[in-house]
Design a protein around this ligand. Sequence first.
Ligand code: HPA
Ligand code: ZN
Length: 336
Amino acid sequence: MNLSTLAANAPKAELHLHIEGSFEPELMFEMARRNGVKLPFASVEEIRAAYDFSNLQEFLDIYYQGMSVLLCEQDFYDLTWAYLTHAAADHVIHTEIFFDPQGHTERGVEFADVIGGISRALGDAKDQLGISSKLIMCFLRHLPEEDALATWNAAQPFLSMIDGVGLDSSEVGHPPSKFKKVFAKAKAAGLQLVAHAGEEGPPEYVWEALNELQVDRIDHGNRSLEDDKLVAHLAKASMCLTVCPLSNLKLCVVDDMREHPIRNMLESGLLAMINSDDPSYFGGYVNANYAAVIEALDLNRSEVETLLRNSFIGAFMDDAAKAQALSKLDAYLSGV
Ligand code: HPA
Ligand code: ZN
């Protein structure tokens, strides 16, 4: 069997997915119309044509513009449900979703409506699609830590719906250490911790995420490969890296998919796995990301199996759920 097909049909987990980055232009237009919001684009085609980025910031500018049509609880439900139906089609059986509350509350949207709509869709996905999930609240790192602390306070009534906190948005100039206080509070509350690091930022930012924030996972982490000591440390700690190949290509973190570092990561003993990041903006959901690296790098079967297994090993599932998911994957792999 062709390895892209093998990967496509395999049960898998996705651990790096910004729900606002799954907003397809068709749904964006429909929501803009029903909410009476004007988008600065005349058509779906015009929006898609604007998805041509030369760095992270160019993407973020359009990403924040897109999310401006999300206003009420039902909007967040519809956005999340649309992603979950794509995930189900890609045989995702467990997903860990990021959301950016500050991108909404600063526009006057209620925190309760944001988290309420997302959580209701995640509950329905468990019942109707058999997809389990975790929810990770991200802080926007281009804003001051005081804003992150205010968001942490606003989240207190909803902590039972939140499994972890993360750090996203413009990386360079906003090191992880800027968010030490708010991450310490989240850790004290028993939440899981993740941070985007080493996407555009240097290896020092990955060290800071580990040492100053005490993260449980690194999102992206590509530039870790520039520091041999860091690679050895990440490998020894079995620290999961949530890697996003099509995102890396679209944001010019790699110039060509044939130069993508995923094989180097595996050969260095890193616990890397594959994700879609912002699938609507970067040209595909998780299976398209597997296919892109399998084809460009001619990955072998053992490498593909490792990536699939790592998707569950790096997840924040409890031990029993993780063991069950891994045996489901092993059963699939032994039959193909
Ligand atoms: N990097 C940083 N911030 C983000 C991203 C990303 O890839 N996607 C959405 N916010
Ligand atoms: Zn991301």
